[in-house]
Design a protein around this ligand. Structure first.
Ligand code: ZN
Ligand code: ZN
Length: 332
């Protein structure tokens, strides 16, 4: 099979031929149709996340078809079924996190496209217990970004409770999906982009934001909550400044540049600052049931598998509107 592999952090991915993997106990062999590109992939490739297996096939928003089962598979996904493979690829199942509905925090968790080979390849294997059925009616390319951008966005949105006025800092793959759910739930959305990103701001308004501006501006009214998607620590005090008393600021990314020190006054007034880490399978089931009801529409920019480096560069430079997706099977 063709695959794009990372051999050392900070170097471009290399296109290689590899044997098709053999599914082990509990695993599915999946023919990959499409794989979404996530900012986390950039953090892995750039070496900001420091524990990748090497060499590594990145990619954790995989849509494909089950080809074959390994031993001891339940049969929940017969060959020919379309499945999604997300970031959470393995948990221990018995630690205090796993036993309390918080498997996203499992100390022994393994993640797709990080400790497990992912979807920048024509085939992958995955533990069937962590795969999701893809909702009918979602084409492969539109479904792929739901598996992380959509899911992490959804978990972040849930952490804002019933906040009516919601700020989104960084209007990329995740935010363009979150805004649709937020509007569906009757919230108002205020979008913040890099200064001067008028296209991004217009994109947010087109999707229904009541206001869009630069992240160094204050919104026209105080927010009840904000979600920070951009990996920029300076946005934490900026967002705290923009939320009203009792408001919550959620950091949705897995990595962020250092947070500058700020006056306690910004946190005072029962403001809450928290992060969101990974996903649980429960999040996935809830979100993938909700997505067709909204219905969430994914805006994608596509790249062929061999252009994964170009796609990562485009994401790094803020050139993607919506979500970037690798088209692995051109018939997709
Ligand atoms: Zn565990
Ligand atoms: Zn991701």
């Amino acid at each position: 099979m063709r695959a794009m592999i990372l051999t050392a952090p900070g170097t471009p991915l290399q296109e290689v031929d590899r044997p098709i993997p053999t599914p082990q106990s509990g695993q599915l062999l999946i023919r990959v149709h499409a794989c979404g590109i996530c900012r986390t992939d950039l953090h892995v490739v750039d070496g900001e996340l420091t524990q990748p297996k090497l060499p590594l096939i990145p990619g954790h928003q995989i849509v494909g078809t089950v080809v074959e089962h390994g031993p001891d598979v339940s049969g929940a996904f017969p060959p020919g079924t379309r499945v999604g493979v997300p970031w959470l690829g393995h948990t221990c199942g018995h630690c205090r996190y796993c036993r309390s509905g918080r498997e996203n925090l499992c100390d022994l968790a393994q993640f797709t496209g990080y400790q497990l080979d992912g979807g920048y390849a024509e085939y992958t294997v995955a533990d069937e217990r962590f795969c999701f059925p893809i909702p009918l009616g979602y084409p492969d390319l539109q479904a792929a970004p739901l598996l992380c951008a959509g899911l992490i966005g959804y978990r972040s949105l849930m952490m804002t409770g019933d906040a009516q006025r919601l700020g989104l800092y960084g209007f990329g793959a995740s935010a363009h999906l979150v805004i649709q759910t937020a509007l569906h739930q009757g919230r108002q959305v205020f979008a913040f982009t890099r200064a001067g990103d008028t296209e991004g701001q217009q994109f947010a308004r087109d999707l229904g934001a009541v206001w869009a501006g630069s992240s160094d501006e204050l919104p026209p009214e105080p927010l009840d909550a904000a979600i920070i998607f951009a990996p920029v620590g300076a946005l934490v005090p900026a967002a705290l400044k923009a939320v009203a008393k009792g408001g919550t600021v959620v950091c949705a990314g897995i990595h962020m540049s250092e947070i500058p020190s700020f006056a306690y006054e910004l946190l005072w007034g029962e403001r809450v600052l928290r992060s969101v880490a990974n996903l649980t399978r429960h999040d996935g089931e809830e979100f993938l049931a909700l997505a067709p009801q909204v219905p969430i529409q994914t805006h994608v920019e596509t790249f062929p598998l061999a252009a994964a480096n170009e796609a990562l560069d485009a994401l790094r430079n803020g050139k993607i509107q919506g979500a970037a997706v690798l088209v692995v099977d051109p018939r997709t």
